[in-house]
Design a protein around this ligand. Structure first.
Ligand code: PEP
Ligand code: MN
Length: 380
């Protein structure tokens, strides 16, 4: 939001105005280079503030030296997409989310045996995944269920990352997980059950790395976006949202994949949005059609649970799919991206054999910032 100030302000007027701005949770800064004796002040919302421009105008305009509010419609919250604003593009290793680029994230619900982890990592990468998922701190519903390998699992993730050459995302459950996880992984995941865990959001925001934020299973889209705002206002710019299904009344599926909200989020925010068909369906046989729908509705990527021996998965076995099944999903995504004028990003070592009908899939080297910008311009 910009304020246009009255001319010939006294220092006292200016100090009073700036003081009030701060009381309202808005940090003022005078913009340089405006001609004609007019002064413009930019107001940046500080953390946890929900600014109402009309209220601000009445407070500032009546009592202080404000001639008008320019761009009053500009988003107050960092997550909001201003009119004409292009996508935020988030890169994690070789994955690119947003700006017309779609990337695939795949791997086991939880890291279990070393051989199985290396096997699945190689196979999902060969099929087209650019980011490996694998939980080591698991937020299980029952305390008697497998809770993950913890730090031993983290060490395995570090090894598979180096040896297979794939970036890794894993879930953090509490603030103390952040430091050790950032040393090993490329992206932090905050799960559905922790979407409103504000101490965790605040700590993750300070990690200096991308964060995948999953929607709480009963969260509205606004609550979801405000949880993302904790990350953005805390200093993390690379936030990727993930729709993973919300609670419904029908036990035929584990959750209800809320595709309407994915479409809404693509308008309401500039942040990339992933679709998780695995936790939405809760059953292996529905993952492929939901994945197709996720790309079709505008998702910037898919996150899918894949296990080399799905029946043996130590968590979420019912929704685990084989690497072959995942390869079919990757092929669908490639076809759909081609049809929709988007690009499915391929791992660099397999990019030659993975050209999509929408054009060659980029490796990070080939997808320059200029190319991403050009692609966004075509899509908007
Ligand atoms: C997961 O990704 O394994 C997970 C626990 O997902 P969610 O937080 O969406 O339940
Ligand atoms: Mn899971």
């Amino acid at each position: 939001m910009l304020l246009k100030l009255r001319k010939n302000l006294t220092p006292a007027d200016r100090a009073a105005l700036f003081g009030l701005c701060r009381e309202l949770g808005l940090e003022p800064s005078v913009l340089a280079g405006v001609s004609g004796g007019v002064e413009l002040v930019d107001l940046a919302p500080m953390a946890d503030v929900n600014v109402d421009p009309a209220r601000t105008l009445s407070l500032l305009g009546d009592q202080y030296a404000v001639a008008s509010i320019v761009d009053a419609g500009v988003a107050a919250e960092r997550f909001a997409r201003a009119k004409g604003q292009s996508d935020t593009v988030v890169r994690v290793g070789e994955a690119i989310f947003g700006g017309g680029y779609v990337s695939l994230v795949a791997g086991p619900c939880s890291v279990d045996e070393e051989d199985l982890l290396f096997d699945v990592a190689r196979r999902v990468k060969a099929a087209g995944a650019t980011l490996l998922r694998g939980g080591v701190h698991k937020p299980r519903t029952s305390p008697y269920s497998f809770q993950g390998l913890g730090d031993d699992g983290l060490a395995l993730l570090g090894r598979v990352r180096a040896e297979v050459g794939i970036a890794v995302v894993t879930e953090i459950l509490e603030p103390k997980d952040v430091e050790k996880t950032r040393e090993v992984c490329d992206m932090l995941q905050i799960g559905s059950r922790n979407m409103i865990n504000t101490p965790l959001l605040r700590e993750a925001a300070k990690a200096g790395m991308p964060v995948m934020l999953k929607r709480g299973m009963t969260a509205t889209s606004k609550e979801f976006l405000l949880a993302a705002e904790y990350l953005l206002s805390g200093g993390c710019e690379d936030v990727v949202l993930c729709e993973r299904g919300i609670r419904g009344f029908d036990s035929a599926t584990r959750n209800v994949l809320d595709l309407g909200t994915v479409a809404h989020l693509k308008q309401a925010t500039h942040l990339p949005v992933l679709v998780d068909p695995s936790h939405a369906a809760g059953r292996a046989d529905l993952i492929r059609p939901l994945a197709r729908a996720g790309v079709a509705v505008g998702g910037d990527g898919l996150i899918v649970e894949v296990h080399p021996d799905p029946m043996r998965a130590k968590s979420d076995a019912e929704q685990a799919i084989s690497p072959e099944h995942f390869a079919d999903i990757a092929n669908d995504a490639r076809t759909m991206c081609g049809a929709l004028g988007r690009t499915l990003v391929a791992p660099s070592s397999t990019s030659n054999s993975r050209a999509t009908s929408g054009g060659a899939s980029p490796s990070p080297e080939s997808a320059s910032t200029a190319e991403v910008a050009a692609k966004q311009a075509n899509l908007s």
